[in-house]
Design a protein around this ligand. Structure first.
Ligand SMILES: [Zn+2]
Length: 482
């Protein structure tokens, strides 16, 4: 039975068919590290973690997951329009009187700490925007060459009228955008909806601290370009799945499609990336766009700008385990808005405990014949667009059914499936050191052997940014998860 996934681009559920049999390439927009991410952010990352786990557990696929860290270029006004206001990280660094890169490293480390507590699987790559500048410069140049971008006094902009399919993902037509009062009219731009690929360090951005040389002068990248480059760098193009929170559909993902498709030679329309997909049309450089709905606090959206956010330390201070939160977030379907309440979290805590007690009984029972029909019910629920509430209902039905030793013993296999799918019923093994971190650590060893301490310090920072600490001991270099 194939996995059915709701695709934001085609606005329907489709069979998931990977481009290459048995392998999945998936990209997730990670956090902008200017503060501790809140539980709404984690609920969106959790969708990707769940999807990854189910592709592995339920379908035996090999998943390559890329999850970036945004450490430059995300401006305060980017959610409603494009490239307006302060750089979020630089603004926070002024407030904390800290260096913007150091600040970004600090919050990136906190974020990875939270992900570990929430039992997220380590993605294969965690690229940083500041490490992908050369790829961004190349893509911007390609967009200019293909007539999709132009230079102004203060930057390089994507010409939205040059890309016929702009608006297809979000449903925002150019007419709607033109009349939208939320976009500041910038005289230098050809169309109000044109978005920045590169911002020059002039005018209001004259004092931007993070800056790089380019053929358009010193500057820094716009927010959207990084994800086009980081996804292509690690996954190629086209790839299978792109995930994110629903707030990223517009403008972020709409712009990413325009950049990724527009910069590829000989192709300026949404039609690429069709092989392996159920429908031969309407695809982008990504076959499946999957988005997580917001969490609400009561009746309002949980958002940093509204000041009603909770962080993982807040949840722990309320006396809950991070995995209670993980269960709570997974108990509601990802395309339903979860209305967060303390009562809901308490119920989640109780339900999780009940399931774990049952799992212990199963563990202690003698193994007996399997329970195929329950396996099938659980898989059907998960294959139905990751219907976690239905999957959990099956777990509770199974708990009521398995009353004697023989029945309990028959549940051993499915308990393993449930554990590895949900990831919140038992502590799992210690996380391995990702390949990327191991490579950086080897480079650091080489740098130290060559007495290049500047390089070795910079490598240590890069390792830290990925959530690992390097220690030099008598036995040599040790890498520890922070
Ligand atoms: Zn992104």
């Amino acid at each position: 039975m194939p996995l059915r996934l709701y695709n934001t681009l085609t606005k329907k559920e489709e069979d998931f068919v990977p481009l290459k049999e048995g392998e999945v390439r998936m990209y997730t927009c990670g956090p902008t590290v200017y503060g501790r991410p809140h539980i709404g952010n984690y609920s969106s990352f959790l969708l990707a973690d769940l999807l990854r786990r189910w592709l592995e557990v339920g379908h035996g696929m090999k998943v390559t997951h890329v999850k970036n860290i945004t450490d430059v270029g995300h401006l305060a006004g980017d959610e409603v329009a494009d490239a307006q206001g302060d750089d979020k990280i630089e603004r926070q660094s002024r407030e904390e009187k800290a260096d913007p890169l150091e600040l970004a490293r600090k919050y990136a480390a906190q974020y990875i700490e939270d992900e570990t507590a929430l039992n997220f699987k380590e993605p294969e790559h965690r690229p940083l925007a500041t490490e992908t500048i050369p790829e961004m410069l190349t893509m911007i140049a390609a967009l200019i060459e293909r007539g999709h971008a132009y230079e102004t006094d203060d930057g390089v902009y994507f010409d939205v009228t040059s890309f016929a399919d702009y608006g297809k993902l979000s449903g925002n037509t150019l007419e709607n955008l033109s009349s939208g009062a939320r976009i500041k009219v910038d005289e230098k731009k050809k169309h109000p909806a044109d978005f920045a690929l590169w911002k020059k360090c002039v005018g209001e951005n004259e004092h931007h601290i993070l800056r790089w040389d380019s053929k358009w002068g010193e500057g820094f990248p716009g927010w959207h370009i990084e994800c086009s480059c980081m996804s292509e760098k690690f996954l190629g193009s086209p790839f299978d799945i792109h995930t994110g929170g629903e707030d990223l559909i517009f403008p972020h993902h709409e712009c990413e499609i325009a950049q990724s498709v527009g910069s590829r030679s000989g192709d300026s329309a949404i039609s690429a990336g069709t092989e392996g997909a159920e429908n031969g049309t309407n695809k982008t450089h990504v076959n499946y766009w999957v988005h997580k709905r917001f969490i609400d606090m009561g009746d309002v959206k949980m958002s940093k700008s509204l000041g009603n956010v909770l962080t993982l330390p807040d949840i722990e201070a309320m006396g809950f385990n991070p995995l209670d939160l993980r269960y709570y977030l997974l108990s509601v379907h990802y395309r339903t808005n979860l209305k967060f309440t303390k009562k809901g979290l308490e119920d989640a805590h109780k339900a999780r405990r009940k399931i774990m007690e049952w799992m212990k009984e199963v563990e202690d029972a003698e193994v007996s014949e399997g329970v195929e029909e329950w396996d099938q019910k659980f898989s059907e629920a998960m294959n139905s667009d990751l219907n976690t509430p239905a999957a959990l209902a099956t777990v509770f039905d199974l708990m009521s059914w398995s009353r004697n030793e023989n029945q309990l013993g028959a549940c051993k296999g499915i308990v393993e499936t449930i554990r590895s799918t949900f990831g919140c019923f038992d502590p799992e093994g210690i996380q391995e050191i990702p390949k990327e971190v191991a490579e950086l650590a080897q480079k650091r060893l080489d740098a130290r052997a060559n007495k290049d301490f500047e390089a070795s310090d910079s490598l240590r920072n890069q390792i830290q940014a990925r959530g690992f600490e390097v220690k030099d001991t008598e036995k040599g270099q040790e890498i520890i998860k922070m």
